[in-house]
Design a protein around this ligand. Structure first.
Ligand SMILES: [Mg+2]
Length: 316
């Protein structure tokens, strides 16, 4: 069995194609650390550590400090899983040599922005997507119901995933659900501010999915009526073992798994595509964030040449 004999960390900063606001903070670039492992059989593998500002509890600096400690322990063979999800995910991807060349064959198209922008974007699409994802619980209910109706008129057969990010009280979520034509609706991700309210909404006939709850390491899922999918964002959930546990649980309960990105670079996004292929080959993954990052190169696996935007940070 091959063993890692050296570890390095790089810093990567990729400009965004448009400014993005994460929990109130506007950013125009995406920063990450990249782990490189060198193995005793001459192979090299990589992983991306990219805490998402406003969503990850750890900052990039905390993640880098933790990664240094855990990579050192890994080489000393006293490894244990890093507590920061982004670090655990990045190190695991390098440790398990997850494919960096995979590409998502299909992805749920993420629609963001003002209603007029969204509708114009759809009008300009040369081909309608099989699946879209739309954020809700941001504007008054009648406005969001109207937008959904307009989208459905333009895309009558597209599957629709909605994401409320825990933004509604039960009554609002129920009024919304009762106010829409739910034929194309796959599910609403985290509709309510509490799990109990989401469970009640599921019991009222609304298909729902869990996302934020899965990011709490103490959370153990239980099946309930209406639960259709687990949306797994490995950068926010953590180790591949924890993700695998959730995948196994979902399979056992015949609930779908949607592997989702958190604005990782092309390296992390490729690895997520490989994991989506492994964990949920028949489900359309939520990997439509890469186009918000300026295109950039992947490491060349044969020559082991690193892209120029990777700056060395640390070496074991
Ligand atoms: Mg979500």
């Amino acid at each position: 069995m091959a063993h890692p004999i050296a570890a390095s960390l790089f810093y990567s900063k990729v400009p965004l194609t448009q400014p993005l606001t994460w929990r109130g903070e506007q950013k125009d670039q995406r920063e990450a650390a990249i782990v490189q492992l060198n193995w005793d059989n001459g192979e090299v593998s990589w992983g991306e550590i990219a805490p998402l500002p406003g969503f990850s509890k750890e900052s990039l600096q905390q993640a880098i400090d933790s990664a240094r400690y855990h990579l050192r322990a890994l080489l000393d063979q006293t490894n244990h899983v890093a507590p920061e999800p982004s670090v655990a995910f990045g190190i695991d991807c390098a440790l398990q040599s997850i494919d960096i060349a995979a590409e998502p064959s299909q992805r749920a198209m993420l629609l963001q922005g003002e209603p007029a922008e969204i509708l114009e974007k759809i009008e300009l699409m040369p081909k309608l997507p099989r699946c879209i994802k739309l954020k809700v619980s941001r504007a008054p209910l009648p406005q969001e119901i109207k937008l959904l109706e307009a989208i459905q008129a333009q895309m009558p057969v597209t599957q629709i995933r909605l994401d409320a990010n825990q933004g509604w009280k039960f009554e609002d979520a129920l009024s919304f659900f009762r106010g829409i034509n739910a034929e194309q609706l796959s599910f609403i991700e985290e509709p309510c501010d509490t799990l109990a309210a989401t469970v009640c909404l599921g019991a009222s006939g609304c298909p729902v999915a869990l996302d934020e709850h899965l990011q709490d390491e103490m959370f153990t899922p239980t099946a309930f009526e209406g639960l259709r999918a687990l949306v797994i964002k490995p950068t926010l959930v953590g180790s591949l073992a924890r993700c695998q546990q959730l995948v196994d649980w979902a399979k056992q309960h015949k609930i779908s798994v949607v592997v989702s990105a958190s604005y990782e670079s092309s390296l992390g996004t490729s690895q997520l595509a490989a994991l989506a292929q492994r964990w949920a080959p028949s489900e359309i993954p939520g990997l439509d964030t890469l186009h918000y990052l300026q295109p950039h190169a992947l490491p060349d696996t044969a020559g082991q040449n690193l892209p120029s935007h990777w700056q060395p940070l640390w070496q074991s």
